[in-house]
Write a protein that binds this ligand. Structure first.
Ligand SMILES: Cc1cc2nc3c(=O)[nH]c(=O)nc-3n(C[C@H](O)[C@H](O)[C@H](O)COP(=O)(O)OP(=O)(O)OC[C@H]3O[C@@H](n4cnc5c(N)ncnc54)[C@H](O)[C@@H]3O)c2cc1C
Length: 182
């Protein structure tokens, strides 16, 4: 966007593309990855099976969802839980100087709501994404203008807002360029 905005000052087609891009918005997310001692139970209260689990946060919760990520691996060495914050929570803490404190806050919330052992990880990593999830997409598979055919924008922000959307947009961009380039 920063690159295009400079070019848009000299080119009306790029200006029109930038105007389209301005409709696209993102939500921030803070993600915690937490590993636990293998002897820790990985079940949630009331859960009887041994399979993976994923819990969605209520609308007012600071948690978007929490899942037993290690259950997706074929040979997990330890239980690993991934917690994603809500957009509202992330927007408040995204610039905090101490992300670890934010991570501990999310773990504590999950422990209160799901299972106490979640509050005692062996290790923890916190990641912050200012542009984490697409909240308003471009609503078309790619950003493209017929008068500037070799400039193509693609990604999850075009349509879909997830990996599938990003891949579909990438394929569409490649096909568009392949038609134009010799
Ligand atoms: C925490 C989190 C969890 C997610 N979980 C899921 C999930 O479970 N399932 C799912 O389908 N989707 C999930 N998503 C969404 C998914 O990750 C995205 O939809 C997907 O990665 C978007 O792909 P993309 O190629 O459009 O963009 P990206 O994967 O963001 O790739 C853009 C690339 O461009 C690079 N880049 C940016 N600016 C510049 C620059 N100026 N110069 C050079 N390079 C630059 C970046 O470094 C990056 O490598 C998740 C997203 C987040 C943040």
């Amino acid at each position: 966007m920063a690159l295009l905005e400079t070019a848009a000052q000299q080119d009306d087609v790029i200006k029109a593309m930038v105007q389209q891009l301005q409709a696209v918005t993102f939500e921030a997310v803070v993600t915690v990855m937490a590993g636990y001692d293998p002897i820790q139970p990985t079940l949630l209260t009331g859960q009887t099976g041994k399979n993976g689990w994923m819990v969605d946060g209520a609308e007012s919760s600071p948690l978007r969802w929490v899942a037993l990520d290690s259950s997706k691996r074929t040979d997990p060495q330890e239980p690993v839980v991934v917690l994603h914050s809500s957009a509202a929570f992330a927007s408040k803490v995204i610039d905090h100087a101490e992300p670890a404190a934010t991570g501990r806050e999310l773990l504590m919330k999950a422990a209160q709501n799901l299972a106490p052992w979640l509050n005692n990880p062996a290790w923890m990593q916190v990641h912050r994404w200012r542009y984490g999830f697409v909240s308003q997409s471009l609503a078309q598979p790619l950003l493209h203008h017929p008068e500037l055919p070799t400039l193509v924008g693609c990604g999850d922000w075009c349509q879909g807002g997830n990996v599938e959307g990003a891949i579909a947009s990438g394929y569409r961009a490649a096909a568009t360029l392949a038609q134009i380039l010799p």
